[in-house]
Design a protein around this ligand. Structure first.
Ligand code: SF4
Length: 199
């Protein structure tokens, strides 16, 4: 099965009654590096790209400042997946609703199939939900951000470098010790990515 065929199936998915389409996915980049986000926000459908709005701008700025890649280069080199591919809607207290456990379970087979096709060697989970899926870690971000760990995910063993969610609603990466741990994580990513994609 190719990624293109998988995407055609994914676009038809309507498993979650409380999610809002359309399904958002990136291009079928054949790569050994996979980034896993949380879920699209309310604006991603306008550009039909994961991380296509404000959180994406912050995340791409991190990669531009630390790795020297612009957004286009990033999207051409890294496969972007997510814990959920549809917009979950707004939370009652404000901000975007997080996908619930049933929705994450509904969407997990798509991730599993992508992992089995790509067999990534480096996985970058972004935010607590993606980190929990990949590492099974439910504790604070300080335990995992800024460290390189090995994990087996859907049967594939890969190096994992976690990042905090770049959402404007989160202050974790803007205050200590998050700020310092983000710098450390990006330094590790720079070393890994420039080695994998020289020039
Ligand atoms: S979130 Fe995932 S499982 Fe749920 S409808 Fe969207 S693509 Fe399907």
């Amino acid at each position: 099965m190719s990624l293109t065929k998988l995407h055609a199936e994914l676009e038809q998915c309507r498993r979650c009654p409380n999610m809002f389409g359309p399904v958002i996915h990136g291009p079928p980049v054949k790569t050994k590096v996979m980034l896993i986000g949380q879920a699209p926000g309310p604006h991603e459908h306008k550009v039909m790209k994961p991380f296509g709005w404000s959180a994406g701008k912050t995340m791409f700025r991190w990669f531009h400042e630390h790795v020297g890649w612009d957004e286009e280069t990033f999207r051409a080199r890294i496969y972007i997946a997510a814990v959920a591919r549809c917009f979950p809607g707004k939370a009652k207290g404000g901000g975007d609703r997080k996908p619930d456990p049933t929705e994450m379970a509904n969407c997990r087979p798509w991730l599993e199939r992508e992992v089995k096709i790509l067999k990534p060697e480096l996985i970058i989970p972004v935010g607590t939900l993606a980190i929990e899926q990949v590492l099974g870690h439910k504790g604070p971000l300080v335990d995992v951000v800024g460290k390189s760990v090995e994990a087996t995910y859907h049967g594939v063993t890969a190096e994992v470098l976690a990042l905090p969610h770049p959402s404007g609603a989160s202050t974790w990466h803007q205050t200590e010790p998050g700020k310092m741990l983000l710098q450390r994580a990006m330094k590790l990513l720079k070393a890994k990515l420039t080695c994998r994609f020289p020039g």
